[in-house]
Write a protein that binds this ligand. Structure first.
Ligand code: FE2
Length: 210
C-alpha cells in the first residue's frame, strides 16, 4: 500500500487495536482472531463493491474509505462498550485533529456509529453505509467462515470429525443460506460463497457417511 493518508490511518488504528489483538480471540471463541486483519479484509471487500457499484458518482469514496478503516477501532478501547459508538468517537478525534470539515466528520462518524445495525440495511440509508455494512458482512463467511468453524470447534473438548461437521452446519452453513446483501455485486459474491459453502458441507458430510 502506498504511504498516503489512508496508510497513516491504518497505522493509527492498528496501534489502537494492538492490545486487543494481542489478547485476541476473547470475542471470537479463543481463536487467534485479529481485528486489524479483519479491517483490512473489509477494506478489500469495500473496494470491490465500490468498483462494481453503478452510481459511483453518488458515492463519497473518501468518506467510505475512512469509515471502513475506523469502523472497528472502538474494539481498541479497554472498557467494554458499544464498539461502534466508541469507534465514531475515536474517528471524530482523529479527523478533528487533522482539520477535516465538521460536516464531513459528522457524515463519516454516522457511518461508523451505524455500521453494526445490520437490520437497517434495507432502509433508506446512505449508499456509503450500505457498502460498509455489506463489506463487513462479507468477511468471515464462505470458505473463510468454514476455516473459522473448524478452528473454533477443534479447540473444544474432545473434538471429532462429526462435531466439526455439526459446528460448520450450525454456523457458516446456516448463516449463508439467507442472502442479506442489497447491491447486485454483494448479492452475487454472497451467492458464490454460498455455492462453495454448500459444496464443501455436503462433500464433507458425504465423506463422513452422514
Ligand atoms: Fe467489522
Amino acid at each position: 500500500m502506498d504511504k498516503d493518508k489512508y496508510y497513516d490511518m491504518f497505522e493509527y488504528v492498528e496501534n489502537l487495536l494492538s492490545k486487543y489483538d494481542l489478547q485476541s480471540g476473547s470475542a471470537k471463541n479463543k481463536i487467534n482472531y485479529n481485528r486489524m486483519e479483519h479491517t483490512k479484509r473489509v477494506y478489500k471487500w469495500m473496494l470491490k463493491l465500490y468498483h462494481e457499484y453503478d452510481d459511483k458518482d453518488l458515492i463519497d469514496i473518501d468518506s467510505l474509505k475512512i469509515a471502513t478503516i475506523f469502523h472497528d477501532s472502538g474494539y481498541g478501547h479497554i472498557e467494554r462498550c458499544d464498539h461502534a459508538l466508541m469507534g465514531a468517537k475515536i474517528c471524530r478525534k482523529y479527523l478533528s485533529e487533522h482539520n477535516y470539515p465538521i460536516e464531513k466528520i459528522d457524515f463519516i462518524c454516522d457511518l461508523i456509529q451505524n455500521h453494526s445495525n445490520k437490520e437497517s440495511l434495507m432502509d433508506d440509508i446512505p449508499a456509503e453505509l450500505i457498502l460498509l455494512m455489506e463489506s463487513d458482512l462479507l468477511d468471515d463467511t464462505g470458505a473463510h467462515g468454514i476455516v473459522m468453524d473448524v478452528w473454533v470447534s477443534a479447540l473444544s473438548d474432545n473434538p471429532t470429525f462429526e462435531s466439526i461437521l455439526e459446528h460448520i452446519e450450525k454456523f457458516t452453513y446456516n448463516i449463508m443460506q439467507d442472502n442479506p446483501m442489497r447491491t447486485p455485486a454483494g448479492k452475487r459474491i454472497w451467492n458464490e460463497k454460498l455455492k462453495i459453502t454448500n459444496e464443501f458441507y455436503y462433500a464433507y458430510k458425504n465423506d463422513l457417511c452422514n
